[in-house]
Design a binder for this molecule. Sequence first.
Ligand code: HEM
Length: 429
Amino acid sequence: MRNDTSMRVLNFAALAEYHLGDYWRKMRRIVHHAMSQRAVESYTPLIEIESIETMRQLFDATIDPEGSFHRGTLGVIHTVIYGKRLETSDDLVVKDLLKYILDTFQVIGKFLRFIFNKIKPRVEQLINGHFVSTTTEADAVVNLLPFLQCLPIGLDKKAKKIMDGYFSLTKKLFDKFKEDKKCGITQPCVAEYILEHMEEEGIDDFDVHNLFIDLFGGGLDTSAVTLSWITAILALHPIVQERAHAELDAMVGRDRLPNQADEANLPFIRAIIREVLRFRPPIGWLNFPHQSVQDDTYEGYHIPADTSIVINVHAMHMDSSRWTHPERFDPDRYLDMTESIPASANGPIAKRDNMAFGWGRRMCPGIFLAEAELFMGTALLLWSYRIEVEKGGKAPNINEWQSGIVMRPKPYKVSFIPRHDKVKELIFA
Ligand code: HEM
């Protein structure tokens, strides 16, 4: 079960915030339909196209790539929901969608940072100074002390404005979808599935927009931020890049772009992704809080029903009895790992490669999509570019991060140097 969290700041019911129950099950069923392994397999061409588009934006550039990764993951999730790709003429939609998605995160982040600063000294005492500075801790404290949500910090108006704009945009997109459907020009997609099942599931337009917002929120920032971590970390690890380049040259060659079918032959690329998810999990070090549904006992401790349970991902990912020098970035830890990320996440907990996607019934339903996006993004990135610290610029600082709902790197700039002549030809083909 999930505890309510400070999402209430937005007066918005995200799936991640619902209590277990019929409503959550109903919404989760719809998300599962869109995000199952089979569904994601059918998105493979789309993920490839959007990842190549991202590579075009990075071509020979010296930039912070987060915006390009956002554009790519937005392109995927928009098509999954509405069944049609965002075209250049949709730039305004892209701008608005990105703005609303990131603004909601920012408002929550701001609220949580406020709480965080209030509680930091106390929590530092509580955990002997081992404080990991993401706002998830603040979120957990808001759950424990819900009255904190009523602190007058002036975000209500801003939150309302963002949510009104966000809802009217998803409404506009859904209305357009309904019109297109009448004209018989739509493709199978989440909107179509929902339209056909709204009555049977007993959901109304408000629920639909909540769900779309949820899919945009869940599907956009997490994968983009993971790709941003991958890029920042690789810029500081040229030897890791060289090994990945050698693997790609041997298994894919330079005459074609890598594709999803290459995944099984690229264990080092897969290992880099796994290690980044361990080393800098995008949801942060404490995950979303869960809640016990009934009384329980764990190692002699009584846990009453309805207790907030905060899961210490940091302790597990940085456990030196499991990982040698856990504070070091070392993809070799995962070189022998053949299981997919979802298979490992659903396997025995002690053997899980990372905890970045959560646990149990609330585990991330976007895990198949995330794995496919991360693989295509990383394989194409390394096939195309050498990532270098900007000449005369500052190296990315991967030991600090920006807090919010998602733990993202501090802004940085790196250079994307095409590795060979075929890069331009093939990514712009
Ligand atoms: C690298 C990418 C991603 C990471 C690391 C990630 C991580 C997570 C985590 C940790 C949770 C909470 C799990 C728990 O409470 O135990 C979660 C929930 C969720 N994620 Fe993801 N996620 C990613 C991508 C996606 C994608 C692509 C989507 C799909 C659109 C998505 C949709 C959701 C939704 C809807 C929930 C709420 C589920 C519920 O509470 O029932 N996520 N995710």
